[in-house]
Design a binder for this molecule. Structure first.
Ligand code: SF4
Length: 497
């Protein structure tokens, strides 16, 4: 048998919210792919005897010849090239994956209606490449907001990337909270536009189903913004009938894919037993119980665990990276907690001592009314989303240890990091600029003065600096505390001249 593959290429594109499979049995076929991705003992059995392995897993109706086209590289390539026939079920599965990928891209490419927020968010999206690499960048949607409807979480996953607190109650969907909820959603619609605001979602360091009124909040969200936000639950089997009804409910609204975070192998089996394959067509199962299939970001509780084990000289039984930590944070916008009535402006970052949860808190306050949320959001957009560097702002690379500045010629500079290479043309004295940027400067003013002393034009220096700022490769003005605390180096990158 040939080499198996994890990435499934796709061809056709269609709209997501009205996606309907054009062949029967796609849910069952998806279950075969899902089983293969999550279950390594099934993989071994499948490699030896595909039909027997499928039958043993209770999905013997799947034709292994079809499944191979998704799982075996050579067959996939041959089918794509037309050298062997592409069965209809495989073509439909590819279309389905493409629609899902397009949906994620649409969220990432969506824009707030406010230009200041739009430019800031784009810079946060760009900086994600330098922080987390291109592959992860493609998965992070930089949603506009996340709203927690509980205080803490009951599930207590060992790997919790946002280190959720112990559960301590929920916000009921009573008259007061409904008024507040609808008011807040209208604020977001006003401040960032409906098309962007609809990509918010209603959990963070919380489990959606910990709130018995979760579905009511969601329905009001749909009412206000026209879209039912995605739900990820780690307890689909806590009350399977509720989950079933919830999935039915999502089909009656404008919605797309939901997700089950599957924390145990036992749950994986129970989910497959309880739900019909077609019921779960629009549900992604994330096999958290299998680290090989679902690598963990070294953020939050996972990072704590790694540090504790290293401190006590114990082995860490999974892959980790304390430098390029990854992050599960996916909001460049606002994080709210309804029971606690707080709101924060956040954006993803590598997990550090200062930001162990993999996101920066740029501003925060408490609120009692939608008007107060409105005032905070407006203030953040006006004052906490810098559009350019000011003269007193420090200048330096965000991740000097993994970013390189290559001088191509007298006026051309290349910035490379995270798998991305950006060419900056029209940089007078490119070698001088790169060297100064590599060293960093306590302020933009000092940087410009040094350039003037070296014979370069001040205005041109400022313009180049702000072009570079927009690429997301520089550390943000509000993010220098941890550097000053010497938890990360200012600048250590090498330059190739
Ligand atoms: S990962 Fe999700 S479900 Fe698990 S503890 Fe964290 S917030 Fe709760």
């Amino acid at each position: 048998m040939g080499k198996f593959r994890n990435v499934i290429a796709a061809d056709a594109i269609s709209e997501y919210s009205d996606y309907k499979p054009e062949v029967q049995g796609l849910g069952l076929f998806k279950r075969g792919v899902e089983r293969w991705h999550a279950d390594y003992s099934f993989r071994s059995a499948y490699e030896k005897d595909p039909a027997a392995a499928l039958a043993a897993a209770g999905i013997g109706e799947i034709d292994p010849g079809d499944l191979d086209i998704l799982l075996v590289s050579e067959k996939a390539t041959q089918a794509t090239a037309g050298e062997i026939p592409l069965p209809r079920i495989c073509a439909e599965y590819r279309r389905f994956i493409k629609v899902k990928q397009k949906h994620a891209k649409q969220i990432r490419d969506a824009s707030p209606s406010d230009d200041r927020y739009r430019r800031w968010r784009q810079r946060m999206v760009n900086s994600g490449v330098f922080s987390q690499g291109v592959a992860k960048f493609q998965k992070v949607v930089h949603a506009p907001f996340a709203i927690e409807l509980c205080k803490g979480c009951t599930v207590n996953c060992w790997f919790c990337g946002v280190d959720a607190e112990q559960y301590d109650g929920y916000a009921p969907f009573d008259e007061e909270n409904e008024k507040l909820w609808r008011g807040i959603l209208r604020v977001f619609e006003k401040q960032m536009g409906r098309d962007f605001a609809e990509h918010g979602f209603c959990y963070w360091a919380t489990e959606p189903f910990d709130n018995p009124d979760y579905e009511k909040f969601l329905d009001a969200f749909h009412d206000e913004l026209g879209y039912l936000p995605q739900t990820t639950t780690a307890v689909p089997m806590r009350d399977p009938e509720r989950t079933r009804q919830f999935l039915e409910f999502t089909k009656t609204r404008n919605s797309f894919v939901q997700r089950f975070s599957v924390t145990t192998r036992k749950d994986f089996e129970r989910i497959h037993e309880y739900f019909d394959p077609e019921e779960l067509l629009l549900v992604e199962l994330i096999p958290q119980f299998e680290n090989r299939a679902s690598a963990k970001a070294t953020a939050g509780r996972t990072r704590k665990l790694v540090l504790d084990r290293l401190d006590s000289g114990k082995k860490v039984p999974f892959e980790y990276d304390l430098e390029s930590t990854g992050s599960i944070a996916c909001v460049s916008g606002f994080l709210l907690n309804i029971p606690e009535r707080y709101i924060r402006l956040i954006t993803p970052c590598r997990a550090t001592d200062q930001w162990p949860l993999g996101y920066r808190i740029i501003a925060q306050t408490t609120f009692e009314s939608p008007d107060e949320v409105d005032a905070f959001v407006g203030d953040c957009i006006a004052n906490r989303m810098p559009q350019s560097l000011e003269e007193g702002d420090p200048v330096g690379l965000l991740h000097p240890e993994s970013t390189t500045l290559d001088v191509v010629d007298d006026t051309t500079l290349e910035i490379a990091g995270g798998g991305l290479r950006i060419t900056m043309k029209g940089v007078d004295g490119a070698a001088d600029f790169a060297e100064r940027l590599r060293q960093g400067s306590d302020s933009l003013e000092q940087f410009v003065e040094a350039r003037i002393d070296a014979g370069f034009d001040a205005m041109e220096t400022l313009m180049v600096m702000n072009r570079i700022f927009r690429t997301g490769v520089l550390r943000d003005p509000d993010d220098w505390d941890q550097v000053r605390d010497r938890t990360v180096p200012l600048s250590i990158t090498a330059i190739k001249a």
